[in-house]
Design a protein around this ligand. Structure first.
Ligand SMILES: Cc1ncc(COP(=O)(O)O)c(C=O)c1O
Length: 395
């Protein structure tokens, strides 16, 4: 029998840890602190059903047909208007509608990344981004934005692009301060590097007013915007991830390139979901629900931190995040292996994400990511008590 062709070599480069913690959500009785999920209780089910029905009835030709590759014009215009501010003048030509931020990341890899190319990435980095670029087997330069000795031009020089999550990064929950935002934009301009601003958590500020977006800082008043930032937004965290709607905002030549890549990926994003998203913004539904979501998640963050103070303070160090969905905790004992802790945690009925999956080289074994948005306070407290037991059991 002739051998069937082998699978592509990059598949050998994936890890079991990711598969384990993604599957763990299904175990009965388990408290899942490992994902990055919104609580389904925040979804406005009746209003969304109404929007869906009206979308099909009033816009059948748009919602049941293929849409233009770039997205329905009304939604592109709405996003352009929603994000234009100060010197940032956006038109439809700056906007591509995509199937969630994930697709924006994948398409950017497709149009910029050569095989073995170089990415300068905020570190640690979002697992989904690392996964989507894996087939091109990139080499990573790590940007540790909290360090004092940060030389951004040196890090960005000769990279095919730089990747950042300035608002409440996944996994660390950190907020990049305004002075570093300015420095990121300056370094991108100085080195001629495209700069991805991945912003799923930009509406989830719990303690203060939002900091300026990189794309706004990089705008020079030109119409349409033509700077180096590739901004990615999504409805997943503020409205509903099941819509699978996101947007890329960038210079028109980048939007054109991404649209060419999107055409071969999926022709277009669901017209029904695009129309529902348009109407959720246009009717004010998304903006009306946001204060309730923020209030709920702020309470949960505080409950999680209180439980961590009670149960984990001799075992881990962490910073209080001022938004987003995650607390990043680093073991006091440098020899603690959080890949092993994830397994022991599962035996104790709790799931966390180990730091190795957020490191392109898989070397960081000392930290964990804990989610606080999915579970109510009593479950968060019980989950942290279980995690403390599991950590002590590793002794
Ligand atoms: C940093 C970051 N970027 C992008 C995404 C992708 O989100 P979606 O594809 O649901 O829009 C996520 C989802 O968790 C994320 O945390």
């Amino acid at each position: 029998m002739p051998q069937r062709p082998a699978f592509a070599p990059w598949l050998d480069d994936t890890n079991d840890v990711t598969a384990t913690f993604l599957a763990a959500g299904q175990i009965p009785g388990l408290i899942n602190l490992g994902g990055g999920l919104p609580d389904p209780c925040v979804w406005p089910v009746a209003e969304m059903a109404e929007l869906a029905s009206r979308a099909v009835t009033d816009h059948a030709a748009e919602t049941l047909a293929y849409t233009p590759v770039t997205g329905i014009p009304d939604l592109r215009d709405l996003i352009a208007a929603r994000f234009s501010e100060g010197d940032l003048h956006l038109t439809r030509d700056n906007v591509l509608i995509v199937a969630g931020g994930s697709q924006g990341l994948a398409l950017t890899g497709n149009v910029l990344l050569e095989y073995g190319g170089r990415i300068t990435s905020q570190s640690p980095a979002y697992l989904g981004a690392l996964d989507t670029w894996r087939p091109q087997q990139p080499e990573y330069r790590h940007m540790r934005l909290e360090r004092n000795d940060l030389d951004l031009p040196a890090l960005m020089k000769d990279a095919q692009f730089a990747y950042t999550v300035p608002n409440f990064s996944n996994p660390t929950g950190r907020l990049v301060p305004t002075d570093i935002r300015h420095r990121l934009v300056e370094a991108a301009e100085q080195t001629g590097t495209w700069l991805i601003e991945d912003d799923p958590y930009g509406t989830l500020y719990y303690d203060g007013p939002p900091l300026p977006r990189l794309i706004t800082l990089s705008a020079k008043g030109e119409t349409p915007y033509n700077g180096p930032v590739i901004y990615m937004g999504t409805v997943s965290k503020e409205l509903a991830p099941g819509l699978r709607i996101g947007w890329v905002i960038a210079a028109p030549n980048m939007i054109k390139a991404l649209a060419t890549a999107k055409q071969s990926a999926d022709m277009c994003t669901s017209g029904l979901c695009q129309r529902m998203t348009h109407d959720a913004f246009a009717t004010g539904l998304a903006d009306r629900m946001l204060p309730g979501v923020i209030e709920l998640y702020r309470t949960r963050r505080d409950a999680l931190l209180a439980a961590m103070d009670t149960h984990l303070s001799d075992l881990f160090d962490w910073e209080k995040p001022s938004g987003g969905m995650f607390v990043w905790a680093t073991a006091r004992d440098a020899s603690l292996d959080t890949n092993a802790l994830m397994e022991v945690g599962l035996d104790h009925g709790v799931c966390i994400s180990p730091s190795s999956v957020f490191d392109p080289e898989g070397r960081d074994h000392r930290s964990i990511r804990i989610n606080f948005t999915l579970n109510p306070p009593d479950k968060l407290t019980e989950g942290i008590a279980r995690l403390a037991k599991a950590t002590r059991a590793m002794g």
